[in-house]
Design a protein around this ligand. Structure first.
Ligand code: ZN
Length: 657
């Protein structure tokens, strides 16, 4: 591990706090040191307050900030004197401790200080850095971890046996540090948790962290436990979408809410899931207590959700205090699944959630494999893990999330999604918390958004093979399919029946009708497994109830699609799938309606463009967003008891009315 310190880069960061920001970011850049909000740093600064009095403040990382992107305001300034007095108390509950941290900040807008603030305060150095470095954890989480840590570091570090994070840990560290500190001490190792470094300057403290972790890496290398086994595993070729969707349904029922199930079939994940000893090494517990809520105590090996939930209930009952404050069991569904066929799958309330859990587990896999190579992975006891999982402060994090979005944990697929109504549908669904797959023949679809809850696939919906592939990718990425928006279609140039060629007719039918039949047919097994029931919204057309001359192929295709949707509603009601249509008209903010075309059409009717756009009963302009919002709502609870409905979104059309 190399120091990333660079004088030139550091220069623009002003003062002690500025350099604290800089080296915190350096730590944050390395995933093997800190990951997703893990780790924390601090600096002690003497300042004059408003009254001209001298005081020393501890600036400690606030929650909600990750080190990689932290700014000066991400550090919470607290009166250090108060913290040092607290550290001497025999007893302090964690909620009391948090109350003290919050009430002794000197900036009202500062974030909630890290729960490890007191621990930072008691270390008598200006700069303190704390990480959950993978290499150190791989060594501490072995049967003889303690003697190995002593062998590596001697009295360069103070070693603290495992204590759950919170006040008791801070106190224990204070005592251990006072007893064991030597002249050459530059850090502190917390068994089964992580490592601290400290120093007079930001650079010194940071570079000591790099040194200490490098020693651990070298130690692992010496015992042939650093280089991970080569992975060349290949995913199985057989389709997995129905199995994944079935599993996701079971997980959702067990959790009590819809979940995203994200499968990772990369060689490393498959190699890990296919290890001979997987049933042993994966069942010990997480790498650090920090990860319990994300990964649950242990992953599920295989697909028996019922057995997993039973085991979880047993674990809860064994460890939950029977005393006056009974704990309420969290949902018993797993968050990580190890499977020989689909590798490592993670479960979350949203795609982002599942992605973070995967990042964490990907590193856990490395830590487990290194510790196993070193002589045997051994994590915390089930009781210790329970205490963290059901810790008051962790529980507060869980309930603090507010109401989940209406489509949280659900998956939608939109065709023709690169522009116009389709793209607006993607936006409306994302805004409601769904993970969205956009299909389009236009390659721009892949780059529409770069976020974990969006997947853009280039796909010709008239090609059966490509459609099936898209559904397979959907299920592998998000676990299944809940909502389908049939939007892709063409509106060919006007042509009267007497000159309509068979080729043109076929082309329109293939895209506007046949493609939708194929997609409905192939999506049906997945929609049937949707935890809250499948939903389909068909983007129809005003031309269904009120066709226009010169649009025979278009009107006929949309009318046939309308009839197809009605039959689907009849056939699929028993599968709890609803299918509704909406009929837009005169939506002009799409690609085909350039300013030029609009002007020509308006002129043709002797109207201004403005008048032309609002040529309806309500005299309103109908936008892509209007259509998309209705399409999304039709998948929502408002339409929960409606199927086979046809709703116009056209500002009122006299021929339709
Ligand atoms: Zn920590």
């Amino acid at each position: 591990m190399k120091s990333l310190w660079n004088d030139k880069e550091a220069a623009p960061f002003p003062g002690d706090l500025g350099l604290r920001v800089y080296t915190s970011r350096l730590l944050g850049r390395d995933n093997t040191l800190v990951l997703h909000g893990g780790g924390n740093t601090s600096v002690k600064i003497a300042e004059k307050n408003l009254l001209g009095e001298d005081e020393t403040l501890l600036y400690v990382k606030g929650s909600g900030w990750d080190l990689e992107h932290i700014e000066a305001e991400g550090f919470s300034p607290i009166h250090i004197d108060r913290l040092l007095k607290l550290a001497k108390l025999k007893k302090l509950s964690d909620p009391q401790m948090m109350n003290e941290l919050l009430t002794h900040r000197v900036r009202a807008s500062a974030p909630t200080p890290s729960v490890e603030a007191i621990l930072h305060a008691i270390l008598p150095y200006q700069y303190v850095d704390h990480t959950h470095a993978d290499a150190v954890i791989a060594i501490t989480n072995t049967a003889d971890g303690l003697s190995r840590i002593r062998e590596i570091y001697g009295d360069n570090v103070v070693v603290v046996p495992y204590v759950m994070p919170g006040f008791d840990l801070a106190r224990r560290c204070a005592e251990q540090f006072a007893a064991d500190v030597r002249k050459n001490t530059i850090g502190m190792v917390l068994m089964n948790h992580g490592i601290f470094s400290f120093g007079k300057t930001a650079q010194e403290s940071y570079e000591r962290m790099i040194d200490l972790v490098t020693w651990a890496e070298n130690y692992l290398a010496k015992y042939k436990a650093w280089v991970l086994p080569e992975a060349s595993e290949k995913p199985m070729e057989k389709p997995l979408r129905r199995e994944l969707a079935g599993l996701r349904r079971e997980l959702s029922v067990t959790a009590g809410f819809p979940v995203i199930l994200a499968a990772h079939e990369d060689a490393a994940s498959l190699a890990f899931a296919r290890r001979e000893d997987i049933a042993t090494i994966s069942q010990q517990g997480p790498a650090t207590p920090d990860h319990v809520l994300r990964t649950k105590r242990v992953p599920m090996v295989g697909r028996d959700v019922k057995a997993y939930a039973e085991a979880y209930k047993k674990y809860f009952n064994e460890h939950a205090p029977k005393a006056k404050e009974p704990k309420t069991m969290l949902d018993p569904a797993p968050r990580v699944i190890l499977d020989r066929e689909f590798g490592v799958a993670t479960v979350g309330r949203s795609a982002k959630d599942a992605a973070i859990t995967y990042d964490i587990y990907a590193q856990t896999m490395e830590v487990i494999q290194r510790a196993t190579a070193l002589g045997g992975w051994q994590a915390l006891s089930a009781k210790d893990i329970f205490d963290v999982e059901y810790w008051d402060l962790e529980q507060a994090k869980l309930v603090g999330g507010g109401r989940p979005p209406v489509f949280g944990g659900e998956v939608a697929l939109v065709t023709g999604a690169a522009s116009g109504i389709g793209k607006a549908c993607v936006d409306s669904l994302l805004a409601r918390g769904a993970a969205v797959v956009g299909l389009d023949i236009n390659p721009a679809i892949t780059g529409l958004y770069s976020r974990p809850d969006y997947l853009g696939l280039v796909s010709d919906v008239t090609d059966e093979k490509q459609l099936i592939e898209a559904l397979e990718k959907t299920a592998c990425t998000f676990g299944g399919l809940d909502m389908l928006i049939l939007n892709a279609g063409i509106f060919p140039p006007g042509c009267r029946i007497d000159s309509l060629t068979t080729m043109e007719w076929d082309k329109v039918m293939r895209l506007n009708l046949d493609a939708n039949l194929m997609l409905l047919r192939e999506a049906h097994p997945l929609l049937k497994l949707a935890p809250k029931g499948g939903r389909v919204t068909v983007i129809g057309s005003k031309n269904v109830p009120a066709p226009g001359p010169g649009a025979a192929a278009y009107s006929a295709s949309k009318a046939a699609l309308n009839q197809l949707a009605r039959v689907a509603a009849l056939e699929w009601g028993a599968d709890n799938i609803r299918i509704n249509s909406l009929h837009p008209n005169a939506v002009f903010d799409t690609g085909i309606w350039t300013e030029e075309v609009l002007q020509a059409r308006a002129k043709h009717y002797g109207l201004t463009v403005e008048q032309y756009k609002k040529r309806n009963v309500l005299k309103v302009e109908v936008t892509s967003r209007d259509v998309a919002e209705l399409a999304a709502e039709m998948c929502g609870p408002l339409f929960a008891k409606t199927t086979a409905a046809q709703v116009p979104v056209d500002g009122g059309n006299e021929r339709v009315i």
